[in-house]
Design a protein around this ligand. Structure first.
Ligand code: ATP
Length: 298
């Protein structure tokens, strides 16, 4: 399908706002979430092969078979962009250099899948439009379309309605992964969603036409559910705030906690302080910038 190896980077994301507004009869949750990519990347290398679709990753929690989201993305792209008669016969190996922690609420698998869709489409001369690519992405997972255009976005519905949102300060984030993988399905199953009508109204986001404000808007409905099982998340939040974060919260369904810092220097100081803390021996820390704006494609 391709002639030379392609190397692509897939960024992580954080959720700066996440409110569950309801549950549909089909079981899907309706939500409002503000997501922003951050400069922490998996690196994927796509290498042409004579035949077959292979994944090499080496991470104990990442499947190397057809359950890998990146492999599913490659298959779906080829089947959609090339009807059977014109389908290239050659194969593909996807090598994933995994930096984004797995089961961490940072959307690593979704981002890998979006990176594969975008890279293959560009390499093949863009047979699919961006909306078509996003539609394909949606079939792979709720968070995958978000990663296609890049930049921060507000997602509504079941996460499938996206609009760009760039009214965010240029924070630097300190991400702390406490080395516990959390299942998103488990978190939703344990979410108590008994809401009155008034509570539902309150859950609407109030920053749509305004600047995002940490004191008012940093909220995640899934956080109490995950904290109950993993109290270490609360401890990390406290430490981040004690070391100068303007705000600290769990991302998505967890377990990663992010602290927002006004400058890279403050984030680096907090990184050093936490690194020297005995409690953090088992945690993984990253300093990264927010990727608020959509990249300009030449
Ligand atoms: P989500 O909220 O989508 O579950 P997450 O960031 O919490 O996102 P991921 O790191 O994306 O979690 O992994 C979720 C699950 O997806 C893992 O159990 C993993 O086995 C599976 N998975 C499939 N493909 C990948 C991939 N390319 N990278 C990471 N995980 C993958």
């Amino acid at each position: 399908m391709i002639t030379n190896p392609l190397c692509v980077k897939a960024p992580a994301k954080i959720n700066l706002f996440l409110r569950i507004t309801g549950r549909r009869p089909d079981g899907f949750h309706e939500l409002v979430t503000l997501m922003c990519p951050v400069a922490l990347y998996d690196t994927l290398t796509l290498t042409p092969e004579n035949e077959g679709l292979h994944v090499v990753c080496g991470h104990p929690d990442v499947p190397e078979d057809e359950f890998n989201l990146a492999a599913r993305a490659a298959r779906l792209f080829v089947e959609t962009a090339f009807p059977e008669a014109s389908r290239p016969v050659s194969g593909l190996t996807i090598h994933i250099d995994k930096t984004i922690p797995v089961g961490a609420g940072l959307g690593g698998g979704s981002s890998d899948a979006a990176a594969v869709l975008t890279a293959l489409n560009r390499h093949r001369g863009n047979p699919l439009s961006t909306p078509a690519l996003m539609e394909l992405a949606g079939r792979l997972g709720a968070d995958v379309p978000f990663f296609i255009p890049g930049g921060a976005a507000l997602a509504t519905g079941i996460g499938d309605r996206l609009e760009p949102f760039s009214r965010l300060p240029t924070w630097t984030v300190l991400l702390v992964y406490p080395n516990v993988a959390v299942s998103t399905a488990w978190v939703y199953k344990n979410l108590n969603l008994r809401l009155t009508k008034d509570e539902k109204k309150l859950r609407k986001f109030h920053f749509k036409d305004r600047f995002f404000n940490v004191a008012e808007h940093l909220v995640n409905d899934l956080e109490p559910v995950t904290i109950k099982a993993f109290p270490v998340i609360e401890e990390i939040k406290r430490l981040l705030l004690a070391h100068g974060a303007a705000g600290a919260m769990m991302s998505g369904s967890g377990s990663t906690v992010f602290g927002l810092f006004k400058t890279p220097g403050r984030a680096e100081s907090a990184y050093s302080a936490l690194r020297n803390n005995q409690r953090s021996q088992n945690w993984t820390l990253y300093v990264a910038d927010l990727l608020i704006h959509r990249p300009v494609i030449a």
